[in-house]
Design a protein around this ligand. Structure first.
Ligand SMILES: NC(=O)c1ccc[n+]([C@@H]2O[C@H](COP(=O)([O-])OP(=O)(O)OC[C@H]3O[C@@H](n4cnc5c(N)ncnc54)[C@H](OP(=O)(O)O)[C@@H]3O)[C@@H](O)[C@H]2O)c1
Length: 304
């Protein structure tokens, strides 16, 4: 048997409880990983509260967590290119990161220079950042606006876009101004009128990545003149109203995201949003702090 922070019901953070669970099994093409660290994302909070029951089939009795890092413990049939004992970062399409063990078919070797916590903070955000840049077909020489540029996804989107040769206008809070400038974005403060502030910097906006979900999509489509070049991760109603795209989180969205970004983390060319670490058994406390707005950091849950 093994243990996990189980989603015992939809509700407040205390529904996450440390319980004995049947250990996951590595199916064909999957690895079984002993978790050293697991990332907490805003989507986890919405799933826990029951707001996304129409999107994710996992309900009470399941284990949250789309991203983790740990040590490979078993190999499923047909797996090659990785060995028992290897250190990996993993994306978890079926969730399960808040557990001692998790099975997945999406992994990449963790470079030794990258800590467990940083490796665990990366996978879901990297997949979303690289995937959305591809969804809007952002190419060298173009200008992209990133809404939510100070967030976990946004900071990666800014840096990937710069590495692809784009000009990046980064909409973030004043608190994040210096950070988004340091990573190569041209700062505008987020919120009402953001596209007026973008227009003061440039009359050319080719694409918009919304990694915040707090409006602005109608203005984004007006700025690009093409709804197919505006994508959101978090505002389906706004996308429908504006004629913009809702990002497709399926397996085809940037399957190479870890292969692209982990080496960048290792060589220092990619920085992540700052994070705080808590023990896995304190997952409810991480959810409380994120929901209250008391912390703007990413949370990573760790296992000794
Ligand atoms: N569909 C998918 O596949 C997928 C995948 C990953 C994430 N997501 C979603 O994408 C969103 C971002 O995720 P994340 O992990 O990057 O979250 P995050 O780290 O909390 O970042 C969100 C950022 O948006 C900023 N923000 C708040 N209001 C804004 C506004 N009006 N305009 C621009 N930025 C604003 C926040 O700033 P403050 O800190 O100042 O509030 C924060 O920096 C979440 O809603 C998440 O659920 C979806």
């Amino acid at each position: 048997m093994s243990y996990a922070m189980v989603l015992t019901a939809f509700g407040e953070p205390e529904v996450l409880q440390w319980q004995e669970v049947t250990p996951p099994v590595a199916g064909p093409g999957e690895v079984l990983v002993r978790v050293k660290a697991a990332g907490v994302g805003p989507t986890d909070l919405n799933i826990r509260a029951g707001h996304l029951a129409h999107v994710f089939p996992q309900g009470p009795g399941s284990v949250l967590g789309f991203e983790a890092a740990g040590v490979v413990e078993r190999l499923g049939d047909g797996v090659d290119g990785v060995a028992i004992g290897d250190e990996v970062a993993v994306y978890l399409p079926k969730q399960g990161g808040y557990g001692e063990l998790v099975a997945t078919d999406v992994w990449f070797a963790k470079p030794p220079e990258v800590s467990w916590a940083v490796a665990a903070a990366l996978p879901a955000s990297a997949k979303a950042a690289l995937g959305t840049l591809r969804e809007v077909a952002a190419t060298a020489g173009e200008t992209v606006v990133v809404l939510g540029a100070g967030g976990s996804v946004g900071v990666i989107a800014v840096q990937l876009a710069r590495s692809f040769g784009l000009r990046v206008i980064a909409a973030a809070s004043e608190r994040d101004e210096q950070f988004v400038r340091d990573i190569g974005g041209e700062f505008v403060v987020y919120g009402d009128g953001v596209f007026d502030r973008v227009a003061a910097l440039t009359d050319r906006v080719d694409a918009v990545v919304d990694a915040a979900g707090h409006g602005g999509l109608t203005e984004a489509v007006a700025a690009t003149g093409d709804g197919s070049r505006v994508v959101t991760l978090a505002d389906p109603a706004g996308a429908a109203a504006a004629g913009a795209r809702m990002s497709d989180p399926g397996p085809g969205r940037a399957p190479d995201a870890l292969a692209v970004t982990l080496p960048m983390l290792a060589d220092g060319s990619l920085r992540l949003k700052t994070h705080q670490e808590l023990p896995l058994t304190d997952a409810a406390e991480a959810h409380r702090q994120l929901a209250s707005g008391a912390s703007h950091d990413k949370f990573v849950l760790t296992v000794d």
